[in-house]
Design a protein around this ligand. Sequence first.
Ligand code: FNR
Length: 191
Amino acid sequence: MALPKVAVVNGSLRKDSINKKLALAIAKLAANGPNGGRLDLKLVDMSDLPLFNQDLEADYPAPAQRVKAEIAGADAVLFVTPEHNRSIPAALKNVIDWVSRPYGTSKWAGKPAAIVGTSGGQVGTAIAQDHLRSILVAQGVALLGRPEVYFLYKDGVFDAEHNVTDPAAKKILDGFVEAFAGWVAKLTHTH
Ligand code: FNR
């Protein structure tokens, strides 16, 4: 049976993003789990998304249409957030705003989702994740509550093939994947 499709929204547009590395490591863990994998994760490209401007809603830009369709077509969403000045990056708020508009067409309501994030700071994106949680709950996103993953990034924790090299970190991320897969299965169960 096909695995549930998860759109990965990474708040960093940076080429060498540590949050992208975290996302790719989670994607690999999710794809390689027992019984042929648990979730099929795919990164959403937001690099060409214009800055949200309500004037553009009437002639909704093609990149925003594409991103909105990817969110609509996914069974679930994984938000991966860096922390920028103790909140979420502007790029992440931008995609949330685009997908919520025009009024009445939001694709967020009822979407199963989870949040992770990494930074080199001890706070490990906890404050950004807290802000993101309150934004998403107001959009009606069906957020996984636990486990929370505030991932302290250290060089070498992921190898070039997206494997998690640190056994303790791997255990935490594997537990997260297990809980998220269970959450998605519960919310997308059709009978
Ligand atoms: C940061 N960084 C940061 N880190 C943190 O733990 N708390 C914070 O509030 C901030 N604030 C902040 C603001 C801005 C504008 C930048 C560019 C960076 C550091 C941040 O964690 C680091 O740059 C990460 O590498 C960002 O994640 P990506 O882009 O590598 O995924």
